[in-house]
Design a protein. Structure first.
Lengths: 175, 125
């Protein structure tokens, strides 16, 4: 008999990963366990309610290192659910109130958010700021306005993302 | 200053840029005095720290990457899935310097506690 599945549409920003982890855990407590995930939606299958703790890592690993990477988690009792871009999904069964962690000190938690910032900065469409003035002369004005507005929005989103990630890092920094 | 003394100073400065180590990094280096693979390191750290420090897989993987990049540890064995690491001479040097630092920290702390207790017991008389 095939297992019942449902799909949920939800969006989490990079700095809300702990909210995503909590949400996936609450779903498991209701008996819905994550099967696959894609951008903006998640697929769950029905099972017994269980206290699965979900943890997300951000790791731009080549597949060469992936075996060692995943192996480390599996040895420590974590189940690998796959990746979504550079986001790696893990879960572990926990006793009520128990909170297993993949990052056991603040320094490594901060390092994760710094990896995301580095990734965003490299991907940042800064080069459009360089190329756009040249392009603006050669294309019809309405097109230039639309493209300009699009990239302006993208830049705003990137700025908000980097500031929010920096704030998350500051929350984690301590003495 | 003799040439040997200047040389030793340079060596110390090389290691000192890594000090002080975080608790996790310290215990990982300590565990790797004997070559071990990942999960064994997690278990050993918990044991030698008397359950005060646990190292999760995310933290450990990051530490391995950084320590290997900085030349403090090397891969020794590789059966595909389980990679074993060991300290390099540089890693050993950093570790021993950190232990000296911790020694001073613990000594100064115990001395302060003793003085504090003596001060307070004097007040009661």
């Amino acid at each position: 008999m095939e297992k019942q599945t449902i799909t949920r549409y939800k969006w989490f920003w990079a700095w809300q990963d702990h909210k995503e982890e909590e949400w996936l855990q609450s779903m498991s407590l209701q008996g819905w366990h994550l099967v696959t995930m894609s951008i903006g939606f998640y697929k769950f299958e029905k099972g017994e309610p269980a206290n699965y703790v979900y943890r997300l890592d951000f790791n731009t690993n080549s597949s060469k290192n992936l075996i060692e990477y995943v192996g480390l988690f599996q040895d420590a009792g974590w189940e690998y659910l796959g990746r979504l871009s550079s986001w790696q999904y893990f879960r572990k069964l926990a006793a009520p109130g128990e909170e297993p962690e993949i990052f056991t000190d603040n320094e490594s938690k901060i390092a994760k958010y710094q990896r995301i910032i580095t990734f965003l900065v490299i991907l940042s469409p800064v080069y459009f700021v360089i190329f756009f003035p040249h392009m603006a002369d050669r294309v019809p004005l309405p097109f230039a306005i639309v493209v300009g507005a699009f990239y302006f929005t993208l830049m705003v989103i990137y700025s908000v993302a980097i500031v929010s990630l920096a704030r998350r890092i500051n929350q984690l920094k301590r003495l | 200053m003799s040439g040997v003394q200047v040389g030793n100073m340079a060596k110390n400065n090389n290691a000192s840029k890594y000090l002080p180590l975080t608790e996790s990094t310290y215990y990982i280096l300590l565990a790797l005095i004997e070559p071990l693979h990942g999960y064994a390191v997690m278990q050993k750290v918990e044991e030698i720290s008397e359950q005060t420090v646990t190292v999760g897989p995310g933290t450990l993987y990051g530490a391995f990457s950084t320590l290997e990049k900085e030349g403090l540890i090397v891969k020794v064995e590789d059966d595909g899935r389980r990679k074993s690491y060991s300290l390099t001479a540089k890693g050993l040097d950093v570790l021993f310097q950190q232990i000296d630092r911790l020694d001073i920290m613990a000594r100064s702390g115990r001395k302060a506690i003793d003085e504090f207790r003596e001060l307070n017991s004097n007040k009661k008389r």
